[in-house]
Design a binder for this molecule. Structure first.
Ligand code: GAR
Length: 198
């Protein structure tokens, strides 16, 4: 069996990336081919390198508002790695429709809310401010619309009395680390049936 090749895009600590990397062993249908960061100092790069995964970084700062130029640089190592699947895992740059269309149908993202609620940033604070009784995370296919695209999995957690954005984020993150590997495994086998937990 030839494994599907998976590239992972990160910007920070990369705990979801680590969960994905550590899942791609044994009978898993995929293997990592690249971890690519928009931040040269991202802690996740060391964690990937320590696991023997090729890493690269393209600093977004010199490009300022020129998203197309940034994405042209980002595209080089990504294309060279020949991924079958691209997973965004805490990748905090907004991608243009041009970039996304190159990978459409094989690009996934994890977002810390029960989409379509709370697209964008500060999702945990917004769920608390709304008085929601439950919150969670979503894995979805990436389309040109931000935090949109078909849902491939959702995991729910309760919002508890006294929660802060930090305590709620930590509870959601535990589920992110379970959900994303589960969705990737299915997706790599060609199964897009959504997972619903909780
Ligand atoms: C995760 O909670 C992820 O869902 C979120 O950033 C965090 C990254 O943590 N992603 C987004 O907000 C995307 N807009 P990690 O680097 O430890 O995986």
């Amino acid at each position: 069996m030839s494994h599907k090749r998976v590239a992972i895009l990160i910007s920070g600590g990369g705990s979801n990336m680590v969960a994905l990397l550590d899942s791609m062993i044994g009978d898993h249908p995929a293997r990592p081919c690249l971890v690519l960061s928009s931040e040269p100092e991202a802690a996740g790069l060391d964690k990937a390198a320590a696991r023997g995964v090729p890493v690269a970084a393209v600093d977004h700062r010199p490009f300022r508002a020129d998203r197309a130029a940034f994405e042209a640089e980002l595209m080089k190592p990504l294309i060279a790695a020949r991924p079958d699947i691209v997973c965004c895992a805490g990748f905090m740059r907004i991608l243009t429709g041009d970039f996304v269309s190159r990978w459409q149908g094989r690009m996934l993202n994890i977002h810390p809310s029960l989409l379509p609620k709370y697209k964008g940033l500060n999702t945990h604070a917004r769920a608390l401010a709304a008085g929601d009784g439950e919150h969670g995370c979503s894995v979805h296919e990436v389309t040109a619309e931000l935090d949109d695209g078909p849902i491939l999995g959702q995991a729910r957690v309760p919002v508890l009395n006294g929660d802060t954005p930090e305590t709620l984020a930590a509870r959601v993150l535990v589920q992110e680390h379970r959900l994303y590997p589960a969705v990737l495994r299915r997706f790599a086998m060609g199964d897009r049936t959504p997972i619903h937990w909780g």
